[in-house]
Design a protein around this ligand. Structure first.
Ligand code: GLU
Ligand code: MG
Length: 444
């Protein structure tokens, strides 16, 4: 959309505020709103933001971080293509922004610019990464699950039909293509999936989808939890990432009809890179203390490092393709991911790890065809299957020691991210499991 189109829409639709949004190191969606009469200057010049905000954790506790003190500003500069009228908010629109220096260059601590860099790296190899992030969430009334219906149950559909209808309408209004809806396993838990896009659009879409689910629920008097584990004794909320690789003509580069699982050598190498780096990548895809309350065996979230065709206990699953649409539909799913993640960091990290698999020709090893938790220690050892990190602290250790991911992130983004995350680890250190879940319940 051109700037002129945006200004016309703002006028025509009587928009008062345009939200300049970003997602920070703590996974929180934040922003500032431009009042419509000031928009012309803001769309090109951006809105000022203190450099300190990327050192702010998800509890609004500012962390000491070199270069992110009280002095200094960056700009939130909108990507005009992300402009959306917000159907759920009166006279309001939004844009997603990049953090730039005052001179207009990408700021090293900007998560969205990190993903743009990783997309460019993939394009240099003739690869475009397509992705879609699934949305599992809990509808909550008076701090309790809103319904007690069963997994995929039609009674759950009945209970939620007005909410889902409005959600579909509002997503459609923003050009987000909804593909499926269903009630999920836990009381109050529901799920929607949306059409895949190139990685940047998929991350942008995740921000808008999260905002829309939250707002539509509020219109129905409900609160939403995107927390990985809103209650310790109930199923967690995943944010599974589906991905595939295409060339410039849109051909699926991970499809190979003669392979038993219809995956190409390139697809296996990309997946092998992700599996190899997974203990470190988790710090970006499962990035909260609450994430590790979810990421345990036998909860279909992927607690062991392995891969398998349609294996829901494997963090990497080859999703079996749809009959007669094999080449378009074969894709890989990373289950060890949740919606407390910053989607730009999660997808950027996933691409960096996958590309390393390609450039290093990493081998994937044998698939797990059973639940890895039911193998003996010896069987797991033979197959090279190990338990993934069981705490955020451990995943951060892996991240800081991982040259591929640390190089990709760059010093300022890495150091501010780790400072924010380590401070959250410290904050939750003396909290009980129930309290940790409660603190995270409405944070994202
Ligand atoms: N809720 C599960 C999770 O935490 C996933 C269930 C499924 O969709 O397979 O990832
Ligand atoms: Mg699900």
């Amino acid at each position: 959309m051109t700037l002129d189109n945006i200004f016309q829409k703002v006028k025509h639709e009587h928009i008062r505020f345009v939200r300049f949004l970003y997602c920070d190191n703590g996974g929180i969606i934040r922003g500032k709103s431009a009042y419509a009469p000031t928009l012309t200057a803001r769309m090109t010049g951006g809105i000022g933001l203190t450099v300190a905000m990327q050192a702010m954790n998800s509890l609004d506790q500012l962390q000491p971080m070199k270069g992110m003190g009280p002095v200094g500003e960056v700009r939130l500069v909108p990507d005009a293509s992300t402009f959306r009228i917000l159907p759920y908010a009166p006279h309001s629109a939004a844009v997603l922004t990049d953090m730039t220096t005052l001179e207009g260059n990408p700021w090293e601590a900007c998560p969205r610019s990190f993903l743009a860099r990783m997309e460019l790296k993939a394009r240099a190899l003739g690869i475009t990464v397509l992705a879609s992030i699934e949305n599992e969430f809990s509808l909550i009334l008076d701090d309790k699950p809103w319904d007690d219906t069963l997994c995929f149950s039609s009674q759950g559909m009945l209970a939620s039909q007005e909410f889902v209808d409005e959600l579909a309408e509002d997503l459609d209004h923003q050009g987000i293509v909804l593909e499926q809806y269903y009630p999920e396993l836990a009381p109050g838990q529901h799920e929607i999936s949306v059409r895949h896009q190139d990685a940047m659009r998929a991350a942008d879409q995740q921000i808008y989808t999260r905002e829309t689910i939250r707002a539509v629920a509020a219109n129905h008097g409900l609160r939403v939890s995107f927390a990985p584990k809103p209650w310790v004794d109930q199923a967690g909320n995943g944010g599974h990432i589906h991905f595939s690789l295409v060339d410039e003509a849109g051909n699926n580069l991970i499809y190979e009809p003669h392979d038993p699982y219809q995956l190409s050598p390139l697809g296996y190498e990309f997946m092998a890179g992700i599996l190899f780096h997974l203990p470190a990548l988790l710090a970006l895809t499962a990035p909260t203390v609450n994430s590790y309350q979810r990421l345990v065996p036998n909860t279909w979230s992927g607690g062991y490092s392995c891969w398998g065709p349609d294996n829901r206990e494997a963090p990497l699953r080859i999703a079996s393709p749809l009959k007669s649409r094999e080449s378009q539909s074969v894709n890989i799913e990373l289950k060890a991911a949740d919606l407390s993640a910053n989607p730009y960091l999660a997808l950027g990290g996933l691409i960096a790890a996958g590309l390393d698999g390609i450039t290093q020709h990493r081998e994937i090893g044998k698939p797990a065809l059973v639940n890895p938790d039911q193998l003996t220690d010896h069987e797991r050892q033979i197959m090279g299957i190990v338990r993934l990190p069981q705490t955020l602290s451990r995943a951060l250790d892996y991240l800081t020691q991982n040259p591929v991911l640390t190089d990709a992130l760059g010093d300022l983004l890495l150091n501010s991210y780790v400072a924010v995350k380590r401070s959250e680890v410290a904050f939750y250190d003396d909290k009980s499991p129930d309290d940790i879940a409660a603190w995270h319940r409405f944070r994202y």
